[in-house]
Design a protein around this ligand. Sequence first.
Ligand code: 3PG
Length: 311
Amino acid sequence: RPLDINIELPDEQAAQRIKIGIYFATWWALNVVFNIYNKKVLNAFPYPWLTSTLSLACGSLMMLISWATRIADAPKTDFEFWKTLFPVAVAHTIGHVAATVSMSKVAVSFTHIIKSGEPAFSVLVSRFLLGETFPLPVYLSLLPIIGGCALSAVTELNFNMTGFMGAMISNLAFVFRNIFSKKGMKGNSVSGMNYYACLSLLSLLILTPFAIAVEGPQMWAAGWQNALAQIGPNFVWWVAAQSIFYHLYNQVSYMSLDQISPLTFSIGNTMKRISVIVSSIIIFHTPVQPINALGAAIAILGTFLYSQAKQ
Ligand code: 3PG
């Protein structure tokens, strides 16, 4: 019987690295564009439950069209697949809405500084809910992550509790989403791209009734008229851009998650936040105090220490 060992030649390794590098760069660039349009939309139209729903609806529609026109092959799924996907979709929905609510209340940079604390949530969930233990340096690396986020939060000029809690809830929900996703993707034949498409569809079904209950068509109609009057017809393009880029960046991130470990994924995600924090501060002229920036830098440095300690 032939040995079941996958030996990668140096050329294959280099090609794989280049491929992941391209995925990462595309993921970060798409995410920066999403964050900018998302905030522009939320500034004019502060209804995060609807904008979150539209992002999922747009992605679902794009994928349904791609499957119908055979641009992409539709996945072969069964009841078991959707059952396993359900908890992932619940976590994705909560994490997505919570982050969008956060960004409707505070600066994009602040939401992402708090979201750079995600590794700390990952360790705490793994330790206390899954009973996994880690070497001491991993726990020590949480100190700068938590301390840096806390320093940034207390020195934030436009602090808002809903904005802060939204980012914290999003961190917790996304830790569960990532753990369940990697498990769900293992051993089934659905690609990263199609896995994220199914996740969007299911999340859309979960989110829609809640969005109607929390905000609802009356508020949306009045807000929409107001935004159109303020911004003009371009507002519709902003909404389209935030929705399309939301789907694209998530799709690319799932295509990378398919190829890498959750640890490499979370490091890539933190690096992504640096580009979002810097670009959004420049574009939205966000006021930042030196001590506030120091907090963000300490938190991000903590994430690097965490990744080293975990390896
Ligand atoms: C969302 O709307 O889902 C968040 O902006 C996503 O946050 P992420 O940067 O963790 O993907």
